[in-house]
Design a protein around this ligand. Structure first.
Ligand code: TYD
Length: 141
């Protein structure tokens, strides 16, 4: 199975309540890695694109806690596109996959759960470098 094939949607529980709905995520139960970092992106100006990188060792999920956005994943050959449009839907992003997030609706809050602490050295931020590396090391990712 390619790294891109490992990307998948994860349905988080949703507890409906007249006081407001509640969703949650637990490592091992809904999220297939120990969650070592949480970050969120918000106040996103119209037309902006986020991401534009791949990870060597960090697996993560993203979701739109509120609002919606499009997630594009590519391994340089194939592409998969997901629309995150519900608070209880997440997408698992494996290592070795280039990701971009775009078409954010106003007020979107993007929540990411990550398997590793932040470490700039484990990022690919250059697409050509990413392609070269995956060609040579795809088995290691
Ligand atoms: P960046 O990876 O470019 O954001 P995105 O991929 O979501 O568009 O990160 C923006 C800046 O924030 C960059 O200087 C690195 C820093 N950063 C941290 O310090 N810790 C983190 O956990 C993350 C995700 C980013």
């Amino acid at each position: 199975m390619s790294q891109l094939d490992k990307a998948r949607e994860i349905e988080l529980p949703k507890i409906y309540d007249h006081r407001g709905n509640l969703s949650f995520a637990e490592s091992g139960r809904h999220i297939p890695f120990p969650i070592r970092r949480v970050f969120f992106i918000y106040d996103i100006p119209g037309g902006e694109t986020r991401g534009g990188h791949a990870h060597k060792k960090c697996t993560q999920t993203v979701s739109a806690v509120t609002g919606s956005f499009t997630l594009r994943l590519t391994d340089g050959i194939n592409e998969r596109v997901f629309r995150l449009d519900r608070g209880n839907k997440a997408v698992l992003i494996p290592t070795g996959v280039w990701l971009t997030m775009e078409d954010f609706t106003t007020g979107t809050v993007c929540l990411a759960l990550a398997s590793e602490p932040y470490e700039e050295e484990e990022y690919f931020r250059d697409f050509e470098e990413f392609l070269e590396y995956t060609k040579e090391n795809s088995c290691d990712l």
